[in-house]
Design a binder for this molecule. Structure first.
Ligand SMILES: Nc1ncnc2c1ncn2[C@@H]1O[C@H](COP(=O)(O)OP(=O)(O)OP(=O)(O)O)[C@@H](O)[C@H]1O
Length: 244
């Protein structure tokens, strides 16, 4: 069972290694209702208490307009920890599945969701967005990118979205998914089941199964892959090259 302290050690290290947080930041945490983003919210709230750089938090959910998406328990959690929670209703689900009948719904949905999230964050006066990608997501994204796009790429720990002058940060990149799951259970986080019709049937799910096999066959698979990313020239990953 992962304790808060262990989670905080992952988060603090990632935040420090990649200079994710500066004094005066207003950080919007993107809450999908999944285990990762709820864990991230709790971690950042706890970090706020002792981190030398002072920052403020907002929580934002972009609702895709599906039925059966009950956020009451998430609202309650935000109330309890004292973070303002904003839910933005949209028609993204309807546009993608009913009007456009997209063959690859995930990529368009991700773009529309991000645009909506950035918009709300800006309106709330935030200069940063925190996303809940964990260590497994980093490795899956690298392999997906190699297999389907023929390039060596994964998302960066910190991205500057220049046109809207917003930074996105990913403080959970050192936290393995298994540990995030155990943390979210131990602390009874109000995880909402994804109402998305594509959930569980994606290329990413297939990649997860493939990685499970690779782990059995190769010792230290995750740390080798993750280390390779950090020693690579993929945008924003190399810690040594970052330090002046
Ligand atoms: N509808 C949404 N509203 C706000 N933020 C979102 C939403 N969907 C995703 N995000 C943000 O983007 C991150 C990555 O999205 P993704 O769909 O890959 O989630 P995930 O890996 O399933 O994580 P989670 O367990 O938090 O759902 C999430 O962790 C969250 O921070």
């Amino acid at each position: 069972m992962m304790k808060l302290q262990k989670l905080l050690s992952y988060v603090r290290r990632a935040v420090d290694d990649y200079n994710m947080i500066k004094d005066g930041d207003r950080i919007a945490v993107g809450i999908s209702g999944g285990k990762d983003s709820l864990t991230l919210l709790l971690a950042l709230k706890s970090l706020q208490r002792f981190y030398p750089e002072k920052f403020e938090l907002e929580a934002i959910t972009i609702s895709l307009g599906f039925d059966n998406f009950d956020l009451e328990a998430v609202k309650k959690m935000c109330d309890e920890i004292g973070v303002r929670y904003t839910v933005q209703d949209t028609y993204i689900g309807q546009i993608i599945f009913q009007e456009r009948k997209e063959k690859n719904p995930c990529s368009l949905c991700s773009k529309m969701r991000k645009a909506a999230l950035y918009d709300v964050a800006k309106k709330l006066g935030c200069n940063k967005i925190a996303l809940g990608h964990n260590k497994d997501d980093v490795i899956q994204t690298l392999l997906l990118s190699m297999f389907y796009e023929g390039r060596i790429h994964t998302f960066s720990p910190v991205t500057h979205l220049e046109d809207i002058n917003l930074h996105s940060i990913r403080p959970l990149i050192y936290a393995p998914e298994k540990e995030v799951i155990s943390f979210s259970r131990k602390y009874g986080l109000p995880v909402v089941k994804s109402p998305c019709p594509a959930d569980g049937k994606t290329k990413r799910e297939d990649m997860k199964i493939f990685i499970k096999q690779l782990r059995k066959q190769y010792d230290h698979f995750d740390s080798r892959m993750f280390g390779a990313i950090q020693r690579s020239f993929i945008d924003g990953w190399n810690i040594e090259r970052k330090t002046p």
